[in-house]
Design a protein around this ligand. Structure first.
Ligand code: SF4
Ligand SMILES: [Zn+2]
Ligand SMILES: [Zn+2]
Length: 510
């Protein structure tokens, strides 16, 4: 019986349907207890968390804001990175490359033997805040600083790295942060839906393990032998992100230089806009004065103010009327020819007495655009608050003491009124006081540390003249406005990696 000749070569096995590649796992590493605990769990038992035994499918991704506490950096450099390097875990560090989105994302390091977390990239969060003359803020319930300096870098890097491939995104929410986790999942679902594909699958190992903050800290302490401190920007004002007041002030006392930086940032912000202190209704400065152990920090701050250059800023502000619901409903995205009710809410009485509608074929009543002329008493309700526009122009530069005297002497010459800010106690020379309602305008001169950019939007001067009858600034600016091209290349974001530049499409904020 003939037998088959032995095969000379091993033939490739016939191919079945292609299996989808296993998604890579990306851990957003914020340097804090939560993500450090997850890393240690992964190192201890990779397979249990769906990783390859050699951790080749794990990427630890860190966004460098440039304003992290040095002791947090040191902790990770000494105790965490050697463990990652030993197992050859890939660590990627990214940062913003410049002030504009079009400047892109810079990969500061992409290595399997990382020995340090970079202290700063080319454009730090504090650069953005100081040039803007402001402090970290919330918008629509979200922290803009974190979106701009963390989420934005991470998302664009991921797009450059993975393209259309799905990845697993591990986030360090702990068991007591279920609501944050749910919010995050919802946002990701929305992004996936919008993209028409699964961009990434979020994973929350600490929530799964039922570990709350205390359990996480104990776990890290037990593994690394040193208590881990919260990781956040030195000037972070947000409770939940920042440490407790007691621990935060203790840290500021240990780093008087960084405390002076934070206080100087707050001072400049409040000088340009009184309510803009770090803590909404209170300032960091006020808070620190309540404990005499902080005297050293406050002295460091005073010395800082004496040492840095000062500017006299002329600040002009326009408070514009907003659009009513009716205006948006009947006039769409833009209102070219506003009527009185476009800016002023109609009262309930007006809605009831002066309703206009037509009856459709099916007998249903359809509201029509309001016809009321608003002349009847009781038709016009309150005005709607719109955007506030700000113009900041530097009109003088020099040392702090001279700035103070110059402000006083200019006040005498020009007959303006000198007043102190209610909370900040900063002196301002007001030459135009804000009136009632909208539009309204105000203007003053104030001394603050140099560094805030001169800026106002292009149409500011036109609106300023329309509303106040004044032309330009009262004092001569010492430099012309730098006009940055608006929306320059904003549809494409370059991601500069050691392997080359990838140009990815700009992602919308979720
Ligand atoms: S730590 Fe605070 S200041 Fe820094 S990015 Fe996060 S929220 Fe903003
Ligand atoms: Zn309108
Ligand atoms: Zn009416």
């Amino acid at each position: 019986m003939p037998t088959a000749a032995p095969a000379l070569f091993n033939l490739p096995a016939p191919r079945g349907p292609a299996r989808p590649a296993k998604p890579m796992t990306v851990l957003s590493y914020g340097l804090g207890a939560d993500s450090t605990a997850i890393l240690l769990m992964f190192l201890e038992d990779p397979v249990r968390y769906g990783l390859e035994p050699d951790l080749s499918d794990l990427i630890v991704l860190h966004a460098v804001t440039g304003d992290e506490w040095p002791d947090s950096l040191s902790y990770v450099n000494r105790l965490v990175l050697p463990r990652l390097a030993e197992r050859r875990v890939r660590v990627v560090q990214v940062a913003r490359r410049g002030r504009h989105d079009a400047d892109g994302v810079l990969v500061l390091e992409d290595s399997r033997t990382t020995s340090r977390i970079h202290q700063a990239g080319p454009w730090r969060l504090s650069d953005w805040l100081l040039t803007g003359g402001t402090v970290p803020q919330m918008a629509s319930g979200r922290r803009t600083c974190s979106i701009k300096f963390k989420g934005w870098c991470l998302d664009h890097w991921a797009l450059a790295e993975f393209g259309q491939a799905t990845f697993r995104r591990v986030i360090g929410y702990h068991a007591a942060e279920r609501s944050r986790m749910e919010k995050d999942t919802k946002i990701q679902d929305r992004l996936n839906q919008r993209a028409g594909r699964v961009i990434c699958e979020p994973a929350y190992p600490l929530v799964d393990a039922g570990m709350d903050r205390a359990a996480v800290e104990a776990y890290v302490l037990q593994r690394l032998g040193e208590p881990i401190k919260k990781s956040y920007c030195t000037f972070c004002p947000f409770s939940g992100v920042c440490a407790s007041r007691e621990r935060h002030e203790e840290r500021l006392r240990a780093h008087p230089d960084l405390a002076a930086d934070a206080l100087a940032m707050e001072y400049a912000s409040m000088a340009l806009n009184e309510p803009m202190s770090l803590y909404g209704t209170r300032s960091l400065y006020q808070q620190l004065t309540e404990d005499e152990r902080n005297d050293g920090v406050l002295t460091a701050f005073e010395e800082r103010l004496d040492a840095v250059p000062f500017s006299l800023y002329e600040v002009r502000r326009l408070y514009l009327p907003g659009r009513t619901k009716d205006c948006r409903r009947y006039h769409g995205a833009r209102c070219a020819r506003p009527r009185w009710w476009c800016r002023t809410e109609r009262t309930t009485a007006c809605r009831r007495d002066h309703a206009s509608y037509e009856t459709g074929a099916d007998g249903e009543q359809v509201d029509l655009e309001p016809q009321c002329a608003g002349v009847t008493d009781g038709c016009r309700g309150s005005q709607v608050k719109g955007a506030a526009w700000r113009s900041v122009r530097t009109v003088w530069e020099g040392p702090r003491l001279e700035a103070k005297f110059t402000l006083l002497s200019w006040g005498r010459e020009d007959g303006a009124r000198l007043r102190r800010g209610e909370r900040s106690q900063i002196k301002r020379l007001h030459y135009l006081d804000r009136g009632e309602g909208y539009p309204a305008a105000e203007a003053y001169l104030v001394a603050a540390p140099s560094g805030a950019d001169d800026k106002n939007r292009e149409s500011f001067e036109r609106r300023w003249t329309e509303i106040t009858g004044l032309i330009g600034t009262r004092w001569e600016p010492i430099r012309p406005l730098a006009r940055y091209q608006r929306g320059r290349g904003s549809r494409v974001v370059p991601v500069v990696r050691p392997s080359g530049v990838a140009h990815v499409r700009a992602l919308e904020v979720a």
